[in-house]
Design a protein around this ligand. Structure first.
Ligand code: SF4
Length: 324
C-alpha cells in the first residue's frame, strides 16, 4: 500500500449544549478544533495534552464511535467519515480501541472467553465451537494470560490483567490500527511498564499501528515514534519522539516537559509553571488558544491571529507565531 494508513483532515467535533424550555442549542463545546495528521503503517503516534484537550474525542471520532461535526478521515485510502453502515462494520475489523478503565469496559456478567470471543461471533471469524475456543486460548496466551482464565469473570482479575483482557478483545479481529485511549493511565507505574512492553511486542508481532493517547508525556515517550501535543482541541506541536523531548519548540510543550521528573538526580531542569487553568472549551480564547497562559504571548498578535502548524525542521511542526 502506498500513502499513509490513516489520514485525518481538519477534524472538528463540537458538542451542543441545550438549555431553556425548548431545549434549544444555547452553546457548543469545541472539543476538537481542526485536527489534521497522517499515520504510516507500523507507526505509533502519541497524542498528549491535559485532560479535556480533545485527544480522546479525536480518537473516538476517527473510529466513528462519536460522529465528527466536520472533517475527513481516510483509512487505507477509503473514507471513514463517508462510510455507510456496512462499510463501517468492515472498517471496525481494521480499527479497534482499548479503553482506559478496563473494568468499566468489560461486561461483569460475561466470562473472559465470551468477552474476547464476542467479536469473533459478530464478524463470523470462526466456523466451529472448537475453532472458537482454540482462538480464544491463543489470544489469551498472546497477551500473557492462561487458557483457564477464559471461564472466569472480570472481577477475578487485577487491573493489569483486565487491561490484557481488553487487549485480547481488540486483537480478536486482527486489526491494523488500535487507538489506545489512556490505556495505561489507571495502572500502577510498574504495571504500566509491563503493559507498554506488551503493546510494543504486539506491534512488532502483528505489524500494528497505534494512536497512543495519554495525558502524561513520560508515558508516551518510549512507545511513540512521533508525538502530537494537543491544547484546547488543536495540535500545537508534532515531532519525532526524540526531537520533541530534546528540542521542544512550543511554549506549551516546554512547560509540560519541564514538569516531567528526570530519573538522574544530577540533571536538573528549570520548571516552567503554567499560569491558571485550561480555559473553557465552550469559549476558547481567540487567536492562539494558549495565549492566556503563555509566558511569551505578544499582545495584538497572539490574542487575535490563529497560528497555523508550520514546519520548523524535518517532520517537526509547531503552531506558534514566535517560533520558527
Ligand atoms: Fe505563545 Fe503566541 Fe506562540 Fe501562542 S502563538 S504559543 S501565545 S507565543
Amino acid at each position: 500500500m502506498s500513502g499513509p494508513l490513516l489520514k485525518v483532515q481538519d477534524l472538528v467535533k463540537q458538542f451542543p449544549i441545550q438549555g431553556g424550555l425548548l431545549s434549544r442549542v444555547v452553546d457548543r463545546v469545541h472539543a476538537v478544533d481542526g485536527v489534521s495528521f497522517e499515520l504510516a503503517a507500523g507507526e505509533t503516534l502519541g497524542l498528549v495534552g491535559e485532560s479535556g484537550c480533545g485527544k480522546s474525542t479525536t480518537g473516538r471520532c476517527i473510529l466513528r464511535l462519536i460522529e465528527p461535526t466536520s472533517g475527513e478521515v481516510w483509512f487505507e485510502g477509503k473514507s471513514v467519515t463517508g462510510a455507510g453502515r456496512r462499510e463501517l462494520r468492515a472498517l471496525a475489523r481494521d480499527m479497534q480501541i482499548i479503553f482506559q478503565d478496563p473494568y468499566a469496559s468489560l461486561n461483569p456478567r460475561m466470562t473472559v472467553g465470551a468477552i474476547v470471543g464476542e467479536a469473533l461471533t459478530i464478524h463470523k471469524l470462526t466456523k466451529t465451537a472448537r475453532e472458537f475456543e482454540d482462538r480464544i486460548v491463543q489470544l489469551l496466551e498472546t497477551v500473557g494470560l492462561a487458557a483457564d482464565h477464559m471461564r472466569r469473570y472480570p472481577h477475578e482479575f487485577s487491573g493489569g490483567q483486565r487491561q490484557r483482557i481488553g487487549i485480547a478483545r481488540a486483537l480478536a479481529v486482527s486489526p491494523k490500527l488500535i487507538v489506545c485511549d489512556e490505556a495505561v493511565s489507571a495502572l500502577d507505574v510498574s504495571i504500566q511498564a509491563q503493559v507498554i512492553n506488551l503493546l510494543e511486542d504486539l506491534r512488532e508481532q502483528f505489524k500494528l499501528t497505534y494512536i497512543f493517547i495519554a495525558h502524561d508525556l513520560s508515558v508516551v515517550e518510549h512507545i511513540s515514534h512521533r508525538v502530537a501535543v494537543m491544547y484546547l482541541g488543536r495540535i500545537v506541536e508534532v515531532a519525532s519522539s526524540q526531537a520533541l523531548y530534546t528540542e521542544p519548540r512550543h511554549p506549551y510543550t516546554e512547560a509540560l516537559l519541564s514538569a516531567v521528573p528526570i530519573p538522574d538526580p544530577s540533571v536538573t531542569r528549570k520548571r516552567i509553571p503554567l499560569q491558571g487553568d485550561v480555559p473553557s472549551p465552550i469559549r476558547p480564547p481567540a487567536g492562539c488558544h494558549f495565549h492566556t497562559r503563555c509566558p511569551i504571548a505578544k499582545k495584538g498578535l497572539c490574542d487575535s491571529i490563529k497560528p497555523e502548524l508550520k514546519s520548523v525542521g524535518e517532520g517537526h511542526q509547531v503552531a506558534c507565531h514566535l517560533r520558527s
